[in-house]
Design a protein around this ligand. Sequence first.
Ligand SMILES: [Zn+2]
Length: 339
Amino acid sequence: MGKRKQIALSLLSGSGALRLGEMLSSRHPLVLTYHRVIPRDRCADGRRPPNTLFTDEFDEQMAFVSKRFNVLSGEELLGYVDGNGDLPRYSLAITFDDGYENNYSHALPVLQRYGLHAMFFLTTNLIGNRERSLWFDRLDKLLSSVPISEFTECMCRLEPSLSASPHPRVRAIFKSLSNARQMEILDRLENNFGCSGKSEEDAAIYGMMSWDQVRALASAGMTVGSHTANHQILTAASPVEVRSELQTSRRRIEEETGHACRCFAYPNGGRQDFRPSDERAVQDAGYQCAFTQISGSIHRHSPRFALPRIPIPDAGDMRIFRSHLSGIQHAFRTVFPEN
Ligand SMILES: [Zn+2]
């Protein structure tokens, strides 16, 4: 980060600026996105895996949220989007993507301690599957344990479109493949490099919930929504595959929990990860709203099938957390776009 950028961010993160930003942005509800919450001592050397908050950091954030915000249930948020009345200032909703077991074991007790509601978006084919991890977690594990030259050589044999891709592009190209092709390549890579086993640390970080745990979340009053069946990025799927991902995941959640599944969150969720045809497919599959990872707050005119959220960064620093809630990070990114 350049010096001007650093000075600007540190001025904007001062407590006066934070309070002002929080006050100015308080009219519009926020939807926070989390992925994993794990105890610090579960990670070798305290090293933080991607998309992860440590339990003590999450606890501190929830303590702040419970004091300063009106935390919404899925029903209340849907009611607002439907135009049924106003919400108090400083309203927000808490969401978790993917369906990790640590959401049940480590995030739920914190939420319950503060009496907070949250929405959990599940990758349904992975729920209750002790053998398999999500495709991007399998890919990250391979990339972190195999020398990159060997990995790239093997990848290029399996998928010519990956030829000579430097490391970060591998993930981007994987995102453009169908789920069937992702599985085929990952199975062969794991066999080739002997990477298919799971350690205890892997299970704590990457393990997925069981259906019993999902039912316990629902019984605790949490909202359960869909994140597709296979974490298929919709733009990489045919219309038939999109329909199947949306319908099978919704049906499975309703069969397993006995509750209507009305909310959906797009895998990856960036602007490039869903098309107008996918928004229509979400509606046709019977959902009532869909969340993206496009940063912003919810307004009355927010598109119901492309609702913005606030992705919470992997940082325990409360000033950074508050700068995301106050809209300061959003304004900062508009002034200083990423290079
Ligand atoms: Zn996801």
